[in-house]
Design a protein around this ligand. Structure first.
Ligand SMILES: Nc1ncnc2c1ncn2[C@@H]1O[C@H](COP(=O)(O)OP(=O)(O)O)[C@@H](O)[C@H]1O
Ligand SMILES: [Mg+2]
Length: 306
């Protein structure tokens, strides 16, 4: 019995399901809640921090092929952006220009206010210095093909760069690596070589390595496209946790529309080297304004549910 003076009961097992909020207990039965109790039908709108990535008029060609033809991109602290678009639309190139794995022909991109790859006077930096700049600006990357060091153990794939780039001590790097391997569910594979892991496990190592320097923003380039279908879920689950529980800022190039709908705050749809449209998933994926987006969503949905 719930008397007038007793507190509203809560059921620890019931969770609110706004995708971007931490789980919280909800009243067990709204009928039992006293009228004065705050009942919130809708989760509060998500709010974001300052701009972390500011890309302006980005242009990049390879030979005669114009791959980025004037892309603007702004990502705020805490925002999860899904980058969609047909193959060849420039998604990978866009991600790679953000952390200067590719140089730009024109335009500018800042990460935490830093133009990665350049010194204060605009001079090009050497690779070692650029790697340190990526860590300082707080940008990490996860690659479609994992890009692990094949001759190094799983632990060393995560710990090594912490020593080489950040000068971390052997003990501290090892402890940080073990903590991350635990987080991605691979504590028991720390001494294995990558080739003895499944693709899904290798990609989880890739994610652990990217997280090791505590990035503010993670760029993920089709992180599940190289995986057998049965291994996609375990990797998406890790990424989903980073978005929901850690509130990590991310740009994820992906063809997984259900996943994008689920975790993204903003969807950016690219085609032919330009951003065709962007907005919340319920607009861009569910009710796209542009024909190219409609075609892409239609084709990808058929593929996804085949
Ligand atoms: N390093 C490169 N050299 C030459 N062409 C490239 C290079 N990287 C990408 N391209 C070309 O740029 C275009 C866009 O590629 P990409 O950015 O990988 O698109 P997406 O990731 O959307 O599939 C493609 O035509 C691709 O062949
Ligand atoms: Mg690509």
């Amino acid at each position: 019995m719930v008397g007038p003076g007793s507190p509203a009961p809560t059921a620890p097992g019931r969770r609110c399901h706004h995708p971007r909020l931490r789980p919280c207990a909800l009243p067990a039965d709204p009928a039992l809640v006293r009228p004065t109790a705050p009942v919130r039908a809708e989760p509060p709108p998500r709010s974001f921090g300052a701009a972390l990535i500011e890309g302006h008029a980005l242009r990049k060609s390879f030979g005669d092929t114009q791959v980025l033809r004037g892309v603007d991109l702004a990502v705020r602290q805490g925002e999860v952006v899904a980058l969609l678009g047909p193959s060849g639309s420039g998604k990978s190139t866009l991600l790679r220009t953000i952390n200067h794995l590719e140089g730009l022909d024109d335009g500018s991109v800042l990460v935490s206010g830093t133009a990665i790859g350049y010194d204060e006077r605009g001079g090009e930096l050497r690779e070692r210095r650029i790697a340190q700049q990526r860590v300082a600006a707080g940008v990490g990357m996860v690659f479609q093909q994992f890009n692990l060091f094949h001759h190094l153990t799983v632990r060393e794939n995560v710990a090594g760069p912490l020593r080489w780039v950040q000068g971390m001590s052997r003990e501290a790097a090892r402890a940080r690596a073990d903590e991350l391997l635990e987080q991605v569910g691979l504590a028991d594979r720390a001494d294995a070589l990558p080739r003895h892991l499944s693709g899904g496990q290798q990609q989880r190592v890739g994610i652990a390595r990217a997280l090791a320097p505590r990035p503010r923003v993670l760029l993920l380039d089709e992180p599940t496209s190289a995986l057998d279908p049965e291994l996609v879920g375990e990797v998406l689950a890790v990424i989903r946790d980073l978005a929901r529980d850690e509130g990590l800022t991310m740009i994820i190039a992906t063809h997984q529309l259900d996943f994008a709908r689920d975790v993204a705050d903003t969807v950016v749809f690219m085609a032919g080297g330009v951003v065709v449209e962007q907005g919340p998933p319920e607009q861009v994926i569910t009710a796209p304004h542009h024909e190219a987006t409609r075609r892409f969503v239609g084709a990808t949905t058929v593929e996804e549910h085949a």
